[in-house]
Write a protein that binds this ligand. Structure first.
Ligand code: KG4
Ligand code: ZN
Length: 324
């Protein structure tokens, strides 16, 4: 939970993660996530208020994640936000969490102006968006199968690494030869802004199977496979994101979502964008993963545009269900 002085002064941003409880299952368990949300909501609210130095009575607007995500967890957040809105008599605004990732660069760069292109790379989504305003957004491209973060997590599992896999692969791949294990780049077609990452994951799977049979999957080999895989994913993300910026005739690219913390993606994207005179904005540290400050920020921007929701605000599991 977060307290934000609109438009972008973060007074507090409390992130509670139940990751530890999911780790031994190798992925997120919905039931555990819902219970953890329930247990964490009041302590998080108290901590966010305490750190911000304000009281509940000072709050002017309640913003809440409407989706996409796990319905059980979303309902806990929605119920808490609706109760606050009702009890305090303050307006409520539902926010799409993927749009909030796409918008999160505005918290890092106060000079950022619409329109801009956003690349959202998270565990559940990989999207290229043209952002004309907080509410006017068009989808330029999206993944046809696995999301980028999902591919990182699955490849980490194949390599026997921990969950979530993205940070592990990022760490292992540092300074490694990226060409020793080469994986083809799924570009689809020259003009396509869509993505497909399931093929690289399958290629890694068969490569690892072969190496296991030969008893040749050493730590050094694992590191080189991690580096080769990461390089392939980053090459595709960089190429398509810059193609989108060029096609929209824009000069700013905002990157958001968990995978935007990837150090290789940041260095490759910054270098390639520089040659095109494109400015790349990454979220501030701590704001790449799911967080409430980005929800509050987009909520405030939408409210300014006139959005206001009722206590019947529904949740939705998938991105394409938004606005229905
Ligand atoms: O945005 P996020 O916190 O949650 C979703 O909305 O999905 O993203 C989580 C994803 C996970 O798949 C995780 O492995 C990935 O972000 N991730 C990374 C890195 N840090 C987190 N992927 C690559 N490199 C990283 N450094
Ligand atoms: Zn997210």
């Amino acid at each position: 939970m977060s307290v934000l002085r609109a438009p972008r002064k973060i007074l507090s941003n409390v992130i509670y993660s139940s990751l530890k409880e999911h780790r031994r299952f190798g992925g997120v368990v919905p039931e555990i996530a819902s219970r953890a949300h329930l247990e964490a909501s009041l302590p998080c609210l108290k901590a966010a208020l305490k750190r911000s130095g304000i009281t509940l009575g000072d709050i002017d607007l309640i913003a809440v994640t409407q989706g996409p995500g796990l319905m059980g967890s979303l309902l806990v957040g929605l119920s808490a936000a609706k109760s606050l809105s009702f009890a305090l008599g303050k307006p409520l605004v539902g926010v799409d969490h993927v749009m909030a990732h796409a918008h999160s660069g505005s918290l890092a760069d106060p000079t950022l102006k619409f329109p801009f292109v956003s690349l959202v790379v998270s565990g559940g989504h990989t999207l290229l968006l043209c952002m004309d305003s907080p509410s006017r957004v068009s989808v330029l491209g999206q993944t046809l199968d696995d999301a980028a973060g999902e591919a990182f997590d699955k490849v980490a599992k194949i390599l026997g690494l921990g969950y979530p896999g993205g940070p592990e692969i990022d760490r292992l791949a540092k300074g490694q030869n990226t060409a020793h294990y080469f994986f083809s780049r799924p570009i689809l077609s020259k003009d396509s802004l869509d993505f497909s990452f399931s093929g690289i994951k399958t290629a890694v799977f068969y490569r690892v199977l072969e190496l296991k049979k030969k008893r040749a999957l050493t730590l050094t080999v694992k590191k080189e496979i991690a580096a080769g895989f990461q390089e392939a994913v980053c090459d595709v993300l960089v190429q398509k994101a810059l193609l989108a910026v060029k096609r929209c005739r824009l000069r700013s690219l905002v990157v958001g979502g968990g995978v935007s913390a990837n150090t290789r993606l940041a260095s490759k994207l910054r270098a390639a964008a520089r040659t095109m005179g494109v400015e790349v904005i990454f979220p501030s540290p701590g704001l790449t993963q799911d967080n409430a400050a980005m929800i509050a920020s987009l909520g405030a921007a939408l409210f300014k545009e006139g959005k206001k929701d009722g206590l019947d605000l529904p949740g939705y599991a998938r991105f394409h269900e938004r606005g229905k």
